[in-house]
Design a protein around this ligand. Structure first.
Ligand code: G
Ligand code: G
Ligand code: MN
Ligand code: NA
Length: 254
C-alpha cells in the first residue's frame, strides 16, 4: 500500500529515468540501436527496476501514464542526440499489453513523434507475444497503424507465451526477440541450441530480423554468428546504462 502511494507520487513527479541497453550487429559487433528500460527513482531504495513495479503499475492504472512518460522521454533523448550531430540509431520502447490495447495508442505515438520532431523510423516498439495473442482484430488494426506510421514492431520474449505461430504470418511485424531463457544455457545445452536455431531460421524464413537477448558469453555470440542471427543484446555486450554512457557509444561509432 505504501509502494502504491509512492508510485502514484512518482507518476505525478515523473520520478523515472531511462537506461539504454545497446543492441549490436552479430556480424561485426557494431552498435545497431538501444532498448530503453525504465527505472523508478525511489525515495528510499534508489533506482528500482521494472520487475519491481510494472506489475503494480499495471494493476493500479498507472502503467499508461508511466508508459507515456517513457515514450516521450525516449523520443526527446533521441532528438537531442540527433540535434547534437550524433549518429542516428533507433531506440526500442517496451509497450505493456495494457498500453498496446488502448484504442488511441497509434495516435498517441504519432503525436509524441510529431511533438518531438522525430522521424518514426528511429522509434521501435516491443510487444510481448502474449499481448499480441489477445483481441486479434484490434491487434491487427494497431499493428497496421504502426506500420503505416513507420514504427517497427518487435515481438518481445518470443517463445515464452502460449501461442500458435500463425500470428507471425498474419500480422505485420519486423523483429523477433529470442527470449533470454533460451539463450542462457547455450551452447552447452543442445535442446536450447535447437530452439535458438529454429527461432533464428523461422525469423529468416518470414523475413523478420532476429535479436538474441541475454547474451552473456563469447561462446553464445559465436553460436549466434554461426546461426546468422542479426542482432544481439546482453550483459556480455553491455549492461543497460544511463543516457550519458549511451552517448559515449554513439560517439564511438565510425
Ligand atoms: O530493465 P530490466 O532488465 O529490469 O527489465 C525487466 C522487464 O521490464 C523487461 O521485461 C522489460 O520488457 C520490462 N520493461 C522495461 N522497461 C519498460 C517500460 O518502459 N515499460 C514496460 N511496460 N515494461 C518495461
Ligand atoms: O524487455 P525485456 O524483458 O527483454 O528487457 C530486458 C531485460 O533483461 C532487462 O531487465 C535487462 O536488464 C535484462 N537483461 C539484459 N541483458 C541481460 C543479460 O545478459 N542477462 C540477464 N540475466 N538479464 C539481462
Ligand atoms: Mn524488451
Ligand atoms: Na524480452
Amino acid at each position: 500500500l505504501r509502494q502504491e502511494h509512492l508510485l502514484r507520487e512518482a507518476v505525478l513527479r515523473q520520478s523515472f529515468v531511462l537506461h539504454y541497453q545497446p543492441q549490436v550487429k552479430v556480424e561485426g559487433g557494431q552498435l545497431h540501436g538501444f532498448e530503453a528500460l525504465v527505472r523508478w527513482q525511489h525515495p528510499g531504495q534508489g533506482l528500482v527496476g521494472p520487475d519491481e513495479f510494472v506489475a503494480l503499475a499495471e494493476s493500479r492504472g498507472l502503467i499508461t501514464p508511466i508508459g507515456r512518460w517513457v515514450l516521450r522521454e525516449a523520443c526527446r533523448q533521441l532528438k537531442a542526440w540527433h540535434d547534437a550531430g550524433l549518429p542516428r540509431v533507433p531506440v526500442a520502447v517496451n509497450l505493456s499489453a495494457i498500453e498496446f490495447r488502448q484504442r488511441d495508442v497509434v495516435a498517441d505515438i504519432a503525436r509524441v513523434l510529431h511533438e518531438c520532431d522525430l522521424p518514426a523510423q528511429y522509434l521501435e516498439v516491443e510487444i510481448t507475444e502474449s499481448a499480441l495473442m489477445q483481441q486479434v482484430e484490434q491487434t491487427r488494426e494497431t499493428l497496421d497503424g504502426l506500420q503505416a506510421l513507420g514504427v517497427a514492431v518487435a515481438v518481445d520474449d518470443f517463445g515464452t507465451g502460449y501461442s500458435s505461430l500463425a500470428y507471425l504470418k498474419r500480422y505485420p511485424l519486423n523483429k523477433i526477440k529470442v527470449d533470454r531463457s533460451f539463450v542462457a544455457d547455450t551452447p552447452g545445452d543442445s535442446d536450447d541450441v535447437a530452439i535458438v536455431t529454429a527461432v533464428v531460421q523461422l525469423a529468416r524464413s518470414l523475413q523478420l530480423q532476429s535479436v538474441a537477448e541475454g547474451v552473456e558469453t563469447p561462446e553464445q555470440l559465436a553460436l549466434l554468428r554461426r546461426l546468422g542471427c542479426d542482432l544481439a543484446q546482453g550483459y556480455g555486450i553491455a549492461r543497460p546504462m544511463d543516457a550519458t554512457q549511451a552517448e559515449q557509444w554513439l560517439r564511438a561509432l565510425p
